[in-house]
Design a protein around this ligand. Structure first.
Ligand code: PEP
Length: 246
């Protein structure tokens, strides 16, 4: 099945009003792109992005969402309907930095994906093994468990998410899984999705972990790599643009 490539920039906790203004302006001048493109700035800048991007084909999304539905006494949380109100198309759930620094469990990540989907957002579900897990030969078991929790929560609707395979040892380290290593994991994730949903062929599985213009073309040429989730390189318009064209 032909899947349109998707490249998503995860800005993490970087930026300022001035940086959003200049980076978004630069990106708008560099587009359009042959793939679907989205940026995920810190949530406080989503309104600014909405104003700047409303008339463009550059989408935007959030880096996290509350697992709670509706509204209520949940200090510091942002609900899926709030993100939707600011025009978000996507929301990243289960990024390894949330799993490790905030103790997010597979079940919490699955609950976030479910609530996001219910509000019309596309969850970008991150999975990936640590270096120790890879060295212990547990890569497949770890990503299967992480994705399995989301499949259990979503059932057939798993076909509506985006999956991002991000080996933790490759995030922000300059180390990248080789195209073959990444493809092997993506192919297994695809089989797991296929066992869960008849529409699994449409799910885009992104690769993330030190993607740069120099390695993107080879990674994105793999059969089951449908684009990338980009951290550091998403903060420089020219670098991000080059990846979006890879
Ligand atoms: C990420 O945080 O999702 C990521 C892939 O970061 P980097 O591209 O900087 O490795």
């Amino acid at each position: 099945m032909q899947r349109k490539k998707l490249v998503v920039g995860n800005w993490k906790m970087n930026g300022s009003k001035a940086l959003v203004q200049s980076l978004v302006q630069e990106l708008l001048a560099l587009g359009p792109w042959p793939s679907d493109i989205a940026i995920c700035p810190p949530a406080i800048y989503l309104g600014q992005c909405e104003q700047m991007l409303a008339q463009s084909d550059l989408a935007w999304g959030a880096q996290d969402v509350s697992a709670r539905e509706g509204s209520g006494a949940f200090t510091g949380e942002l609900s899926a309907n709030m993100l939707k109100e600011f025009g978000c198309r996507y929301v990243i759930v289960g990024h390894s930095e949330r799993r490790s620094y905030h103790g997010e469990s597979d079940q919490l990540v699955a609950a976030k994906a479910l609530v996001a989907l219910a509000q019309g957002l596309v969850p970008i579900v991150c999975v990936g093994e640590t270096r120790a897990e890879r060295e212990a030969g547990q890569t497949q078991a770890v990503v299967e468990r992480q994705l399995g929790a989301v499949i259990d929560a979503l059932g057939q609707r798993i076909s509506e998410v985006v999956v991002a395979y991000e080996p933790v040892w490759a995030i922000g380290t300059g180390l990248t899984a080789s195209p073959e290593e990444a493809q092997a994991v993506h192919a297994k994730l695809r089989s797991q999705l296929q066992a869960a949903s008849v529409a699994a062929g449409q799910v885009r599985i992104l690769y993330g972990g030190s993607v740069k213009a120099e390695n993107a073309t080879e990674l994105f040429a793999q059969a089951d790599i449908d684009g990338g989730l980009i951290g550091g390189a998403a903060l420089k318009a020219k670098d991000f643009d080059a990846i979006c064209r890879a």
